[in-house]
Design a binder for this molecule. Structure first.
Ligand SMILES: CC(C)(COP(=O)(O)OP(=O)(O)OC[C@H]1O[C@@H](n2cnc3c(N)ncnc32)[C@H](O)[C@@H]1OP(=O)(O)O)[C@@H](O)C(=O)NCCC(=O)NCCS
Length: 162
């Protein structure tokens, strides 16, 4: 039997605004083990980091933050709400950040991800990131007191990347 086409979640992408912070931080708290606080989001905005949300019918479904430094960028946050996953939003937001990084003159992008975060690692590898290092016990202890290693991943950018 032919497989059904994947649903496509269309969203409008726009910059994260200060007024979004309480809502986005509440989503963040539901999504991440060690979530960013509202203050972390406000600091990112104050520092001028690239911060984006994807919204549909007034509801934010995806958000992320990327820090730009001379020559390189660091992806700090990439999140999709659980009921909108596997519809291409993570890939679309990542692609927007890579395009932004390139436009701002970066020639590489770094990120850190938990070694056990299979969906995110699959997304990043699919987008051309490669593993460059592993940081032991990098993340703070979770509810059971366990720490987790981080993978450091890197993606080279070139003007004609897809
Ligand atoms: C990681 C995350 C952002 C992916 O978002 P998403 O919108 O579901 O991802 P996409 O639908 O764009 O998937 C793109 C590709 O990533 C990979 N992928 C995504 N989720 C996956 C999963 N659960 N298992 C395996 N591969 C997965 C696949 O290669 C997928 O391509 P395909 O659907 O054509 O097979 C999302 O799962 C999430 O928000 N997780 C919690 C927050 C998080 O861990 N963020 C990353 C921190 S570093």
């Amino acid at each position: 039997m032919a497989s059904l086409p994947k649903p496509i979640a269309t969203v409008a992408w726009r910059p994260l605004r200060t007024a979004d912070v309480p809502y986005v931080a509440a989503l963040e708290a539901q999504i991440h083990v060690a979530p960013w606080t509202p203050g972390n989001f406000r600091d990112a905005l104050a520092a001028g980091y690239s911060a984006q949300v994807g919204e549909r019918e007034g509801r934010i479904l995806a958000f992320g933050v990327m820090m730009l430094a001379p020559g390189e960028a660091q992806l700090l946050n990439l999140s999709v709400v659980p009921d909108a996953r596997r519809q291409g939003l993570g890939r679309a937001l990542l692609s927007r950040f890579l395009q932004d990084a390139l436009r701002m003159g970066a020639d590489q992008v770094f990120l850190e991800v938990r070694v056990g975060n299979t969906p995110a690692i699959a997304l990043y590898e699919d987008a051309g990131f490669v593993r460059v290092a592993r940081r032991a016990d990098y993340y703070p202890p979770d509810a059971s007191g366990l720490r987790e290693d981080a993978l450091v991943m890197r993606r080279e950018l070139s003007p004609n990347f897809r």
